[in-house]
Design a protein around this ligand. Structure first.
Ligand code: PMP
Length: 426
C-alpha cells in the first residue's frame, strides 16, 4: 500500500490509528537508545581473555620489554597483525593507541600544519581554504576533524559502488585546494556499501590529477566485520596505487575497537614506508611510544588471520540476528509504502534509512518524545546539514534483541506518523 496513492479519507483513518499507537508508546515511558554504534556487553565479553593473557611474559622475540618506553611504530608482531587486516607489508604499518580516530586526527594535523609543504601554507598562498571531499551519508567524526582543522567540506554522492567517481574526478581537477577524500571502503558507515573494484582503481589514479599532496583517507574500520556468509571483496588500494606511483597519497586506518574492547583496543595507520617515517617523526613530539603491553596482549589473543576470522564469526553470531530483526521490522511496517528506503548491509555496524524529504528531524523528534533516542538527523552530513533532511542512521548492535524490538516498534510508527502528516498537509 503506497501511502502517496491513498485518498484523504484513507489517510485520515490511517492517521487516527497510527496516532493512537504513538500515544500509547509515549505513555509507556520507554528509555531506549539507537544512537552510537557500540558493541554490546555480550560482544565485549568475547575478549575478556585479553586480561591476564600475558601471565608475566613481557618480552618480545627480539628481547624488547614491552613495559618500557620506546618504539613509536609499534611492536613487530602487532605491525604484522595490522598489515594482515589492511593488506600491507608490516613495515608499512604503525600501531598506535586505542583509537584510529586519533591517528587520523594527528595525520591531518601533520598535513595541514606541519608538513614541509603544508596544506595550510599552500592554501594561504592561493588565498583560499583547504578542502576535503566527503561522500555522503558518511561518518560524523571525519567531519569533526575537518571542522577542527578549518578544512572546508565538499559533499559527493555515495553510491552502492562507493563515491560517485565522475563527480570526484571532476571536482579534483577543477580545484587544486581539494587535498583529500574520506573513504570507509568496506561496509561503509552508515550505508554498509563496499567500494567496487572500478571505484578503487579510479581512486588509485586520483592523485595523478590531484597532486602529490593529496591524501586518500582509507578508513577501513569495518575491514573484517562481515555479516553475510560470503565477505564482500575489496580491492587493495595500496597495491593499485603502487602501480600508478601514487602510494604516498594512500593513508589506511583500522583498529580493534569493534574486534576486542571498543575503548581499549589498538589502532593501525598504514602508509608508504617513506610517509610512515615522516609521521613517526611528527608523533615523536607528542609521545615516546604507544601502549606496547596492550599491543602484545592483542597479538597473543588474536594470533593470526585464521583466529581473527574465528573471533569475528562470534561477533557475527551475536549481531546478525539484530540486523535481521531491524530489516524484517522495516520491511513489514514500511515495505511497499513508499515512505522510506533503507540499505541491507552485508557487514559493518549500521543501516542507513531515508525518509520522505524533509522528515528525518521530525522522525527523530517524535521518537525522542516517545523515549527512543536516535542519532541526530543530519549527523551523517558535513556541518550536520542534510540538505534533504531525510537520512537516519540506525545502530542496532548495542541494545538487546528485546530492547531493539521495542525501539523499532516506536521508530516505524514515528516514520508512519510523520509521513501521513506530511501527505495530509499536501
Ligand atoms: N571510523 C569509522 C568509520 C567508525 O565508524 C568508527 C567508530 N564508530 C571509527 C573510525 C572509530 O574508530 P576508533 O575506535 O579506532 O577510533
Amino acid at each position: 500500500m503506497k501511502y502517496a496513492d491513498l485518498s484523504t479519507a484513507e489517510l485520515q483513518s490511517l492517521h487516527e490509528s497510527i496516532s493512537s499507537h504513538y500515544d500509547q508508546f509515549k505513555a509507556a515511558g520507554l528509555k531506549l537508545d539507537l544512537t552510537r554504534g557500540k558493541p554490546s556487553k555480550e560482544q565485549l565479553d568475547l575478549s575478556n581473555a585479553l586480561d591476564g593473557i600475558l601471565e608475566g611474559f613481557y618480552l618480545l622475540q627480539d628481547g624488547t620489554d614491552v613495559r618500557n618506553y620506546g618504539g613509536i611504530l609499534g611492536i613487530p608482531e602487532a605491525r604484522a597483525l595490522g598489515a594482515d587486516i589492511l593488506g600491507l607489508a608490516p613495515d608499512e604499518v604503525l600501531v598506535g593507541g586505542n583509537s584510529s580516530l586519533t591517528l587520523m586526527y594527528q595525520y591531518i594535523d601533520l598535513m595541514q600544519n606541519h608538513a614541509g609543504n603544508s596544506w595550510h601554507r599552500e592554501a594561504k598562498a592561493a588565498n583560499g581554504r583547504v578542502k576535503f571531499l566527503c561522500p555522503v551519508p558518511g561518518y560524523d567524526r571525519h567531519y569533526t576533524i575537518c571542522e577542527q582543522f578549518n578544512i572546508e567540506m565538499i559533499t559527493v554522492a555515495m553510491t552502492e559502488a562507493g563515491p560517485d567517481m565522475a563527480e570526484v574526478e571532476s571536482l579534483v581537477s577543477s580545484d587544486p585546494l581539494i587535498k583529500g577524500i574520506w573513504c570507509v571502503p568496506r561496509y561503509s558507515n552508515p550505508t554498509g556499501y563496499t567500494y567496487s573494484d572500478e571505484t578503487v582503481s579510479r581512486l588509485s589514479k586520483l592523485p595523478i590529477i590531484a597532486g602529490d599532496n593529496f591524501r586518500i583517507m582509507w578508513d577501513n574500520a569495518y575491514a573484517v566485520h562481515h555479516l553475510a556468509d560470503e565477505p564482500d571483496e575489496l580491492s587493495n588500494l595500496m597495491a593499485l596505487a603502487r602501480k600508478q606511483s601514487t602510494q604516498d597519497s594512500v593513508v589506511m586506518l583500522a583498529s580493534t575497537s569493534k574486534i576486542t574492547f571498543a575503548g581499549a583496543g589498538i589502532a593501525f595507520l598504514g602508509a608508504s614506508v617513506q610517509n610512515l617515517a615522516i609521521f613517526e617523526q611528527f608523533l615523536s613530539g607528542s609521545i615516546i611510544g604507544f601502549d606496547k603491553v596492550n599491543q602484545l596482549r592483542h597479538v597473543r589473543f588474536l594470533k593470526d588471520s585464521e583466529a581473527l576470522a574465528a573471533h569475528m564469526a562470534k561477533h557475527q553470531a551475536i549481531i546478525r540476528p539484530k540486523f535481521d530483526l531491524v530489516l524484517a521490522k522495516l520491511e513489514s511496517a514500511l515495505g511497499g509504502t513508499g515512505i522510506a528506503e533503507w540499505t541491507t548491509p552485508r557487514g559493518g555496524y549500521f543501516i542507513s534509512l531515508d525518509t520522505l524529504p524533509g522528515l528525518a528531524s521530525e522522525v527523530v523528534r517524535l521518537a525522542d518524545e516517545a523515549g527512543v533516542k536516535l542519532t541526530p538527523a543530519g549527523a551523517t552530513f558535513p556541518y550536520g546539514m542534510d540538505p534533504l533532511d531525510r537520512n537516519i542512521r540506525i545502530a542496532p548492535t548495542f541494545p538487546s534483541l528485546d530492547q531493539l524490538r521495542q525501539a523499532l516498534e516506536v521508530f516505524v510508527v514515528c516514520i508512519q506518523l510523520a509521513s501521513v502528516n506530511k501527505l495530509l498537509s499536501r
